[in-house]
Design a binder for this molecule. Sequence first.
Ligand code: FES
Length: 656
Amino acid sequence: MTRPASPPPGLADEATLDQVGREGLVAVPGAPTPAHDGSGRVQLSFTVTDGQDRAVRVPPGVTVFDSASWNGIAIDSTCGGHGTCHKCKVRLDVPTPVSRHDRRTFSEGELAQGWRLACLATATQDLAVEVPPLTTRPKAATVGVGRQVILRPAVQKRYVELTEPTLADQRTDLQRLSDAVDDLELRVPLAVLRLLPGVLRDADWKVTAVVVDDELVDVEPGDTTATRYAVAYDLGTTTVVATLLDLGTGTPVAVASRLNKQQPFGGDVITRISATMMDPDALARLQSLAGETLDELAQQVCAEGGVDPTQVYEVAIAGNATMTALALGIDPEPLGVAPFVMSSAHPPVVAAAELGLSLHPRARAVVFPSLGAYVGGDIVAGILATGMDRDKRTRLFIDVGTNCEIVLSDGETVVSTAAPAGPAFEGGAIRCGMRAADGAIEVVRIEADAGTVELGVIGDVEARGLCGSGLVDAVAELVKVGLLDGSGRLVTDEAAAAISPALAQRMEKVGEERVFVLHRPTPESPTAECVYLSQRDVRELQFAKGAIATGWTLLLEELGLTHDDVQQVLLAGSFGSYLSPASAVRIGLVPTLPVLRIVSAGNVAGEGAKMALLSHRERAGAEALLEQVAYVELSDRSDFNDRFIEQLAFPGAQGG
Ligand code: FES
């Protein structure tokens, strides 16, 4: 369960290949043998001019540039680490191989002193890195959970004023343009070549080249460098959220959400997978509904932001493995049956138009990779947004939902798993359960001494039901006052009366079942619905939280840790963000920690998608996570049932 010692693909592999294959590296005589400590990581100690010297640890093989970039340390660059701008100069204390670009950039004396281009220097052992003052201060944006991302979008715009061809200068139109942006090696699709002659001449040779990675996707008349946008999606099974991003500033321009239009095919991934198994037309329909959902949101955020949709050049989509497969039109059936295999962990980059999006005609869609059938791209995006893989602390990430994803990092190793929590947290299988919408009780406070029950209701309207956070609160509060015992049983009427006569009056029977009434008609609101928590509801919650607690307990054991080692819990997802940390601790949904160390991480999937758009290095980091994060399968563990039963009790019960 340790990280592989090899460098993450897409980063170090790319650099190594680039250097050895294309650069013709020259080994430095006497260079020390690559070495790093037993943790499988190397340490880079950066000396930076703002005085905030930093030491970071990365897998061996990562470039110095990426190591800095991943950790929010700015190094000069205009090419974004492609090895072409020759600006990322750093001085290393240990000589590394010299590339052709190094030779072009530095004198022999400087090379001997350890000067190298950071994006071509690979860290294979501990290094001290001196970073000169920045000549162009890179812009940065704060996204995710306190992550500082240096803006290096894959989408670049370059305004150029070209000289007209003459008989003495018969360079082609494309050569003329390429010469003006010679730090980029352009790939040019036929569609752009077709429009190039007309645009150049109509625009009097003053144009803006739009480049995504290395592809010239458009040539626009005049200077359009101030307008480049992208849309980040959190593609949820229930709700889809879109954020329009200004790639020049890194700021969100507009945000919108709507229900996933696939809802009529079922509320969860299993029912949607089943639909495709029973109806041969369902997959095409589900794909088209995903596209409609994404496009309606794109048009909405563009309208709200006053942005022409054709100025959106890229989108990033973070969804679970099933939502990803359906959006791409890939048969999801293998995800729903053992052994739960994905068609591919790395979806290809596709044209946004292929997904049904009406944006720039050559806009791209970047779809997050998945760790497994039940730890999908939304969780990879969440790990990116929270920096779980880069933090020294022992942190536990829990995305609470029907399928609950759990990630644990001890600062060196990251492990993940999925726990089937069932529908209780979404109000399913709960007598008075409902989704988190107007009328749902989301907060419950019970005071035994005063005999009071206070409710927080979404929309400040009459209570109609109980959503997930209200369910957790109600159970936790009943545990707190002693009306629920540690095993999850409502106490007897006599015991309830001894605790609080007023609260005891709320213990009723509905049919044969004992319930605790949270809300009922009053003379002031005689038509109000009766909302209660039943004994069976408590059991449903116990099963759900038992599955989750078993998941993180086994992950802790996997890394040789105990509850006491956990320094922070991040609660993610729409449900996790609204959960009361105190209640989560009281029912044992999370390890027993001071509540300040239990943090609502919010919509981390959407934040990860934003990061991938703002920095192509972060995007590469997401790909690298597939090699770094180990997946632990719980279902085949022989001790799972015993461990699950151990986790059913409520640790915060009186005398418990
Ligand atoms: Fe441009 Fe290294 S970042 S050459």
